[in-house]
Design a protein around this ligand. Structure first.
Ligand code: FEO
Length: 407
């Protein structure tokens, strides 16, 4: 666990977690950090307390001792968001401290009861309520519902101008030595940008309308530091992560980087031959290509790459009268995550009958994805010269049309 001083009497404790499925679903290749924050006035508050993934808080207690905080003396747990990656330690904490108050929204209070029983003192707060910790440290609370869950709020510390945003402005990816934005190398900035997109797409994208409201709300504060529950802390340029999240929200509605993702699968290499051809055309035209061969790529990689791309090529054959199942499942997941308005083109092989195209239309319709598809190219068995010529023509159209989508 890392102990970091954020500013006077504000500290961060953070742990790296890996080899987990985040939310029990997402295979996050580069792990995640869980960040909690301590604010010390005459009274002490811990914001978004975290422990190891196993729920054992001993390392947290040890680290608190090292910054002169006795866990038994913690007065307030500020629960910005009740998801157990942030609140999972409460059950255990109750065993060593029976005199603390949870500060949270009304929606979180119901969840505290449901998750950890009704024996905990709770102070419900609403927009603008404050908590004076003494020694000049005053916290204020600002609900941002559906920044992930309906219970979520920001906490703002007026003296040091730190905005504690929990899931908002978070990123996957573990820390090495560097925690603050001004410490990150160019490579680490790039790493956390992709891990931010991965986090946004895996966890947050479904709630994009709420995230846009939360972005607007964060702009109302005079901010020195943005301190999220996952990923780097922004003290040099907090606007950078606000701008990044603004861009990610635009990706969610159809914009993207100047990149094409090919989401594909092939049973015996017939569709695969056309995929190689398509990749070559894109590379010839100087377009960055992200290859997602299913079922070999994780859903985490799939939604992250699709979210950030200005255009998507779906290459999948017909399988038993429907679309090749791992590609169909991936498109359904993209739809469930509400990645909307993408420019797309599909091709694929069929044998004794078609069916992939019909299932694709059903998935897109069911999830109300509003994707803009160019006319598909289907071929019987292996692609012939005339099929490849059609694919090339369609890709050239795609490259032209995607210019409107690139931001
Ligand atoms: Fe980091 Fe929605 O929990």
């Amino acid at each position: 666990m890392k102990k970091i001083k954020i500013t006077n009497d504000v500290y961060m404790l953070s742990i790296n977690v890996s080899d987990i499925l985040f939310e029990g679903i997402w295979d996050i290749a580069n792990g995640v950090t869980l960040n909690s924050y301590i604010v010390k006035g005459e009274k002490t508050a811990i914001i978004d307390g975290v422990v190891g993934w196993d729920g054992v808080p001993e390392s947290l207690y040890e680290n608190l001792s090292e910054i002169d905080v006795d866990p038994k003396d913690i007065d307030y747990l500020i629960v910005n968001h009740m998801e157990p990656d942030h609140s999972g330690w409460i059950e255990n904490f109750k065993k060593i401290n029976d005199n603390f108050t949870i500060v949270c929204t009304d929606k979180a209070a119901k969840l505290v009861d449901a998750f950890y029983g009704n024996s905990i003192k709770i102070q419900v707060v609403k927009e603008g309520d404050t908590l004076d910790l003494g020694n000049g440290k005053v916290l204020s609370f600002h609900p941002v519902p559906n920044v992930h869950w309906p219970d979520t709020m920001y906490t703002y510390e007026r003296d040091s101008k730190v905005l504690f945003t929990c899931d908002m402005y978070g990123a996957f990816g573990k820390f090495d030595d560097h925690v603050f934005d001004d410490e990150l190398t160019e490579e680490e900035v790039e790493f956390f940008e992709f891990e931010g997109i991965r986090y946004f797409s895996n966890v947050m994208n479904t709630f994009t309308p709420a995230l846009k409201r939360a972005i607007a709300k964060s702009k109302e504060f005079d901010i020195n530091v943005i301190a999220p529950g996952h990923g780097p802390v922004y003290r040099n340029n907090p606007n950078k992560i606000i701008d990044d999240y603004t861009r990610f929200a635009q990706y969610s509605e159809g914009a993207g980087k100047d990149e094409v993702t090919i989401l594909w699968g092939s049973m015996y290499g017939m569709t695969g031959k056309a995929v190689e051809f398509a990749k070559g055309i894109l590379e010839r035209e100087g377009i960055k290509v992200n290859m997602l061969e299913m079922p070999y790529k994780s859903e985490s990689e799939v939604v992250a790459n699709v979210l950030k791309s200005a255009a998507i090529i779906i290459a999948a054959p017909t399988y038993e009268y429907k679309m090749f199942p791992p590609v169909a499942a991936a498109i359904d997941e993209i739809g469930r995550k509400k990645i909307l308005g993408k420019l797309a083109f599909r091709f694929g092989s069929y044998g004794w009958s078609g069916g992939a195209e019909k299932e694709l239309a059903e998935i897109v319709e069911k999830n109300k994805m509003k994707w803009d598809f160019l006319e598909s190219v289907e071929f019987e068995g292996a692609p012939r010269e005339e099929d490849l010529a059609k694919i090339e023509a369609r890709i050239m159209d795609l490259i032209e049309k995607m210019k409107e989508k690139v931001i």
